[in-house]
Write a protein that binds this ligand. Sequence first.
Ligand code: HMG
Ligand code: MG
Length: 307
Amino acid sequence: MRPDLPEQVRIVEVGPRDGLQNEPGVVPTEVKVAFIDRLSATGLQAVEVTSFVHPKWVPQLADAAEVMAAIGDHPGVAHPVLVPNEVGLDKALAAGATEVAVFAAASEAFSQANLNTDIAGSLAMFAPVVQRAREAGLDVRGYVSTVLGCPFQGDVPHDDVLRVTAALLEMGVYEVSLGDTIGVGTPGAMQDLLDRLVDEVGVASLAVHCHDTYGQGLANTLAAFEVGVTTADASAGGLGGCPFAPGATGNLATEDLVYALHGSGVATGVDLDALVDTSAWMARRLGRPSPSRVVTATLATRETADR
Ligand code: HMG
Ligand code: MG
């Protein structure tokens, strides 16, 4: 383990939600369920399953309740679901969710595009969700999007990220995942942002969620680990994007993150081979190869070994 990296980290797998919400077609429910079950057996501690959002806004995840009903039992693996409002929370509770995530933005224009309301409106929408979810015994996570840049506004002031992050933590979320929604950040920009946030809210309540649009997802995530963050989101095979963020491509591939961490002596608990198998299986179902360099290289190495 390098002295500037944590001994172990927690990875929140977001492929079934962030990945499949951005597919051009609707993935069949049974494929989603098999994807989640396979991911949940790789040693990941958390696999985000789906979203209880308006099906007109995200038709790709309209089968959220069916997916929840069909996934297997995976003791010790958290299965959070996205919930924007009380309608979504009611549906998530009825489906047996044990963890939900609310999702705010640090830029007004993205909040409007993603949630049809401004930041203040979104926080007012989330407050009863967080309160009721916690009263029902659920864990509640928070996201803040566009922390390193907004597709509409461009630069996003650190103070805006801090204000929304602090508001969510005050509401009672156990952690805020800082989303570089369109993947424009750099390691320096990530560390500058964290320098502003860590003293104010504490590093233990922060996670990072880096899209890989500019190929910076791994560097930005490691930059966050270097300053004490120990939780990162990633997406199996590098699937992902946000339908309401023009230009957003997939998340940092979980395989690329796990490869880098294991090679640096950082424990994740994840079986990398099983993860690569799962992403290769999913790529066949989606009809295109995974953009993950580690998936591609591992499959090529296996082919060579088979010859
Ligand atoms: P709205 O149209 O303003 O909703 O959408 P409304 O409150 O005015 O209600 C209109 C109708 O929708 C009503 O039905 C509601 O019951 C119904 P009617 O009375 O007309 O028959 N409705 C719902 N139905 C099902 N599920 C619901 C729900 N809520 C209301 N939850 C809303 C507002 C928030 C619902 C909408 O904007 C929405 O669903 N947005 C979700 C957008 C989304 O999922 N974005 C992608 C996820 S975020 C992301 O990817 C970023 C992240 O990865 C981090 C990063 O990368 O930065 C997390
Ligand atoms: Mg995302």
